[in-house]
Design a protein around this ligand. Structure first.
Ligand code: HEC
Length: 104
């Protein structure tokens, strides 16, 4: 049941078609600096924070297994090692757009 609801969210998200707007990516970067930089290096060339349990965002973006959908699913699922952020739809869109923008 939960899974069906999640799929509905994924399908309803328009970002993939034209690629996200630059403003969305900028907002995602701001959110990442604020919430994710304690554990992840969130920008290219940034030194990783203490400990290296969490991959850098550029490294995550470069993984063949990383897709818009995999990021959305990961970030909407509670993880033992990561705080449960309960990102809003808009925040999730922004953070996912930002991480994918690091893929070059
Ligand atoms: C308290 C530390 C911590 C914070 C804060 C944190 N993460 Fe993580 N994250 C981790 C750890 C540790 C892992 C690897 C273990 C795992 O997969 O659960 C991880 C894994 C991930 C992965 C999966 C990487 C892969 O291999 O596919 C993504 C995507 C991710 N984090 C995104 C984020 C985002 C986006 C934020 C901010 C909204 C964030 N994380 C904040 C610790 C953190």
């Amino acid at each position: 049941m939960k899974r069906m609801a999640l799929l509905g969210v994924l399908v309803a998200t328009p970002a993939a078609a034209q690629g996200p707007a630059p403003a969305l990516i900028g907002e995602g970067q701001r959110l990442a600096q604020q919430w994710c930089a304690n554990c992840h290096a969130v920008a290219p060339g940034q030194r990783p924070p203490a400990g290296d349990a969490a991959a850098s965002f550029p490294a995550i973006a470069a993984l063949p297994s990383t897709t818009e959908m995999s990021l959305r699913v990961f970030l909407q699922t509670p993880h033992a090692a990561m705080p449960d952020y309960r990102l809003s739809r808009a925040e999730l869109d922004a953070v996912v757009a930002y991480i994918l923008s690091l893929r070059r």
